[in-house]
Design a protein around this ligand. Structure first.
Ligand SMILES: Nc1nc2c(ncn2[C@@H]2O[C@H](COP(=O)(O)OP(=O)(O)OP(=O)(O)O)[C@@H](O)[C@H]2O)c(=O)[nH]1
Ligand SMILES: [Mg+2]
Length: 326
């Protein structure tokens, strides 16, 4: 099927080729994706643009070596994924970073306390997830801020009383849309027209200020019609274990463990891989040679019986133990 691309597409593509920075290239790709008509003929092209965007986002945001010190607002990815803590002023983004990681951000009872992003590593069981605290999202954003949003793997949107969390969600969604970005549920396959979707978890913080369980439930119900939502209190440290699990889950990744034939698996160091990775892709990730020589694998997991023999297209599940045979 022909793609039938409109002429503006080729103009933006030219800009894309000429672009000198990662963020400029990302912006162009977003524009190309927005312009491209959605039909069977463009399926491949759209997938290709998305892949290029993912690759650009993964590029190290800093360059190593003397004289190339990166500005503080460029945060290099570490761990199994990067989640940006975003939201209106004073909702407890920094308090959450402090509660979930070893970082010590500035926390204060007045708005606009945070001026620059700050990263911390959250340990969830045996994996590290990078959280990035950010300044409040308002109508004016410093130029680096949208870039930071675009490079994150997912967003955690922190809302909190005494303001109305639903109004806060509307305001933030509107601000993001001016940058052609949209928070979406990871389960939701329909991406909003002309917007780049980012998997988002809503954190309803300061749940301790909603002592009436009916009021809290009502907010949760209404928020959950839009995005997956968890209620927590950073101050009282309630809901944090569930939050950690949900944040890891938000990345859309699973943990698998390898064991050399006849030996025990090492449960301390999982391979963290995207959902729907095949066992042959895992072998290839470990080593190209292993991928090439792959014959079959044995899997111990939820969806297999112990030591079940699987072929190269077997889709790995969370918690699988894998023994690769060549
Ligand atoms: N009652 C209550 N207060 C909280 C909770 N979490 C944070 N706070 C308070 O809320 C205020 C703002 O917290 P911060 O963590 O600085 O909020 P922020 O979203 O980072 O604020 P900005 O950086 O200005 O956008 C502080 O006074 C915190 O002590 C909570 O769970 N319950
Ligand atoms: Mg802050």
């Amino acid at each position: 099927m022909p793609a039938n691309l409109p002429p503006q597409y080729f103009e933006v593509e030219k800009k894309y080729r000429a672009a000198k920075s990662v963020s400029e290239k990302l912006r162009c790709l977003e524009e190309m994706l927005a312009i491209m008509p959605k039909h069977k003929g463009t399926d491949k092209l759209r997938a290709d643009l998305r892949r290029r965007m993912a690759q650009l986002r993964d590029l190290g945001t800093t360059r190593k070596g003397p004289g190339r010190r990166a500005p503080v607002y460029l945060i290099e990815k570490e761990g199994s994924g990067q989640i940006a803590l975003i939201g209106p002023p004073n909702t407890g983004k920094s308090s959450l970073l402090a509660a979930l990681t070893k970082a010590s951000p500035q926390i204060a009872d007045y708005p606009y306390t945070t001026r620059l992003p700050l990263a911390g590593m959250m340990l969830f069981e045996n994996v590290q997830v990078q959280l990035v605290d950010t300044p409040p999202l308002g109508d004016y954003l410093e130029p680096w801020f949208p870039d930071l949003l675009r490079r994150a793997d997912a967003w955690a949107l922190v809302l909190a009383p005494p303001g109305d969390p639903l109004e806060q969600l509307d305001t933030i969604t509107r601000i993001l849309s001016t940058y052609r970005l949209a928070p979406v549920s990871p389960q939701n396959q329909n991406t909003p027209e002309n917007l780049t979707p980012y998997r988002t978890l809503v954190i309803l913080n300061r749940a301790d200020l909603l002592p009436d369980p009916e009021e809290l439930d009502l907010y949760l119900e209404l928020l959950r019609e839009r995005l997956p939502t968890l209620a927590v209190s950073a101050e009282q440290r309630t809901g944090l274990p569930e939050l950690k699990a949900a944040l890891f889950d938000l990345l859309g990744k699973v943990r698998v463990y390898t064991r050399p034939p006849g030996k025990a698996a090492d449960f301390k160091s999982p391979f963290v891989i995207p959902r729907n990775t095949t066992v042959a892709e895992l072998a290839d990730l470990i080593h190209h040679d292993l991928g090439r020589k792959f014959k079959f694998a044995r899997v111990w997991g939820k969806n297999t019986f112990d030591g079940q023999r699987v072929q190269r297209d077997y889709l790995l599940q969370e918690g699988d133990v894998v023994e690769i045979h060549t």
